[in-house]
Each structure stands twice: as structure tokens, then as C-alpha cells.
Design a protein around this ligand. Structure first.
Ligand code: CP3
Length: 322
């Protein structure tokens, strides 16, 4: 959950050297170093590959820029005619530096740390492609999906295909688990959630499991609320990331039987630090202690987070005993 990023001075130093965020993503030496920065500083058990979910549309040839203070700006796909044509060779050539980063991290990582590769889930990546960046109401992408589900399905199918290819290449390069980030799963009503979030996740998991049955797949249907139950039951994932609005005791009852759960401290607690942060972390650990649990945040670390608070939290988690 953005454990690498702007809140770390050592990240900001490398970013100003590289010039832009995207050039960091495609530089295996710098991306390896950045992936390992939080692991070295805090002694974390998990390493998340440093990259972004939008490298897939970038590799499909859509213009992408990250503007300071604005977030991503992406060439839009508004109709079926604008869906890019997938050229596998060009796609993998473009993403080869990411695969190389995965291998380099595995060479340099502490032996007991696990490397997690990732991709955006098709629905979330489609929201950025159709809206051209962040969105408040998702009106364009939802209107397309609701009005013309057959043509929207073509975009989702392309993203299923490319995501399977991209995650398979990360696994081949050494990723030990993979996570699918469906950051905007929470904006869809029931039927649309089943079709555009659950079904694509299941298609991706089935195809990965056919080739790599031993590699755990983590799903993160952020904001899905009660939809978490459907997602856990039907997507075929091994582990599920909880956003910070999911009550841990509810997750223990409804999700932990059958799934590893990951989560779910509100990242704002890391701005506060001290007693409120540690008490909340303790409540989460206690509520999820009877089943398999990977402690994590409910969403990404914010740029204004004091690194000392992350250190304090990591130390607390390591020492915690029921
Ligand atoms: O440690 C890590 O988690 C690093 C790897 C990582 C990044 N993005 C790096 C990043 C991961 C796993 C992501 C996922 C990602 N990217 C998601 C899904 C998770 C989520 O947050 O819901 C999404 C929706 C994106 C798209 C994206 N990338 C946005 C909306 C932004 C701008 C947000 C902002 O804070 O400016 C990014 C940029 C981005 N991705 C940064 C980092 C470290 C900040 C880049 C910078 O300014 O240096």
C-alpha cells in the first residue's frame, strides 16, 4: 500500500534524479532500490514491486503522464473503436524493465521477505482509461458499461488478457505472490460489480492457477462493502485485502474461514501515530488473530506521513503477542 513513495526522503532523492515517476518505473536499477527502501528502513516482511497499475495502458500505446499534484493523465478510450489493438511483442518489450526489476529484487532481497507483484484489476484500469485520469463520479465509464455492456466487455476482455500476460511474466521473473488492485470496485451496484469486478478477477485467477497453482493471488476489491463476501467466495483468490471500512470482527467471521485476510489500518492513523495508532492496530490484530492474517493498511501511505510513525507501527506489530 504505497509503502515506497513520497513520504520517504530516500525515494524523493531518487525521483528527482530520475526526473519523473514513470522513468523510475522503467529503470530496473532505481525501481529495485526503491522497492527495497522501505524493507531496509522498517524490516518489513513483504516487498511490493515498485511500479504502477497504469503501465498496462501505457504499454498498450496510450499516452500517459503523471502531473505534479494532479495524478495521472491518460489518453482516453471513449468508444469500442478506440480500444487499442494488443500487440504482444510490443507490449512485453515495453514492460521488460518491470520484469527485470522483479529479478533484481529477488537477487537483493532478504531471504525471508516475500516479493509481491501486482497489477490493476480490469475495472479499475478501465476507469482510468475511459475517464482519462482520476474521477469523482465515474459517469463516463459507468454510462458505457451500463448502456453498452457488449462493447465495454471488449475493453475488459483486453485487460483480462493483458493482465494475465503481465502477471505471468512477473511470476516467471520471480514474484512470489501477486495482488490485483481493484481500487474502484466500490462504485458499482450489485450486478455490475459481479460482471466487471468478480468475473474478470475469476478469469484472471483461473488462468494463472492453471500454470502457477502454487503462487498465491491476493484480491483487493476496495470499497465493495458486503460485496466482499461474493468476491471472496467467487473470485478464486487465496487472500483478500480489506479496506479500512471493513469491520475486522466481521471479516473474521465472514472472510477468514477459507481466506487469508490482509489489512486494514486506516492510513490516516499513520499521520497521528502514538497511542491512537497503536491501539487501533492492536484491535485489528486481536480481532483477526484466530485465523490467517497479514497486517497491512486499508489503503496507501500518504505523502505527508512521518516515517517515524511507520517505524513505530512496524515495531509494535513485530512485538505483538495475543
Ligand atoms: O509501495 C508501493 O505500493 C509502490 C507501488 C505502487 C504504486 N502505485 C506507486 C506509485 C502500487 C502498488 C500502485 C498502485 C496504484 N496506482 C493504484 C492501486 C492502489 C490504490 O492506491 O488504490 C492506483 C489506483 C494507481 C494509480 C495512481 N498512481 C495514481 C492515482 C497516482 C497518483 C496519486 C498520487 O499520490 O499522486 C499514482 C502515482 C504513484 N504510484 C506514486 C507512487 C509512489 C506517486 C508518484 C510520485 O509522485 O512520485
Amino acid at each position: 500500500m504505497r509503502q515506497a513513495g513520497r513520504y520517504l526522503p530516500e525515494y524523493r532523492a531518487l525521483r528527482s534524479e530520475a526526473g519523473s515517476f514513470l522513468s523510475l518505473c522503467y529503470d530496473p536499477v532505481l525501481a529495485t532500490e526503491i522497492s527495497l527502501q522501505p524493507v531496509r528502513r522498517f524490516g518489513l516482511d513483504g516487498i511490493i514491486l515498485f511500479s504502477d497499475i497504469l503501465v498496462i495502458p501505457d504499454a498498450l500505446g496510450l499516452d500517459l503522464a503523471f502531473k505534479e499534484g494532479e495524478g495521472p493523465v491518460l489518453q482516453t478510450v471513449g468508444t469500442a473503436a478506440e480500444i487499442p489493438i494488443w500487440e504482444p511483442d510490443r507490449f512485453h518489450r515495453h514492460l521488460a524493465p518491470v520484469y527485470e526489476t522483479v529479478s533484481k529484487i529477488m537477487e537483493q532481497a532478504p531471504a525471508d521477505a516475500t516479493l509481491i507483484g501486482f497489477a490493476g484489476a480490469p475495472w479499475t484500469v478501465a476507469t482510468y482509461m475511459v475517464e482519462g485520469g482520476a474521477s469523482k463520479d465515474f459517469s463516463r465509464v459507468k454510462a458505457w458499461a451500463f448502456a453498452e455492456p457488449k462493447s465495454f466487455q471488449r475493453l475488459i476482455d483486453l485487460l483480462i488478457e493483458t493482465t494475465v500476460e503481465y502477471l505471468s511474466a512477473q511470476i516467471k521473473a520471480g514474484a512470489e505472490a501477486v495482488q490485483l488492485f481493484d481500487s474502484w470496485a466500490g462504485v458499482l451496484p450489485e450486478q455490475a460489480f459481479a460482471r466487471w469486478c468478480v468475473a474478470p478477477a475469476r478469469a484472471i485467477v483461473e488462468r494463472l492457477k492453471a500454470v502457477y497453482p502454487g503462487v498465491p493471488v491476493i484480491g483487493f476489491p476496495r470499497g465493495a462493502g458486503l460485496g466482499y463476501v461474493t468476491f471472496a467466495r467467487e473470485a478464486g483468490i487465496d487472500a483478500i485485502g480489506l479496506d479500512h471500512a471493513i469491520p475486522p470482527a466481521w471479516a473474521a467471521r465472514e472472510l477468514q474461514p477459507g481466506h487469508v485476510v490482509q489489512g486494514n489500518l486506516d492510513p490516516i492513523m499513520l499521520l497521528v501515530g502514538g497511542k491512537p495508532m497503536l491501539e487501533e492496530a492492536g484491535r485489528i490484530l486481536e480481532a483477526l488473530a484466530a485465523g490467517p492474517h497479514v497486517f497491512n493498511l486499508g489503503h496507501g501511505v500518504l505523502p505527508q506521513t512521518p516515517p517515524e510513525n511507520v517505524a513505530e507501527l512496524a515495531e509494535f506489530i513485530r512485538r505483538w503477542r495475543r
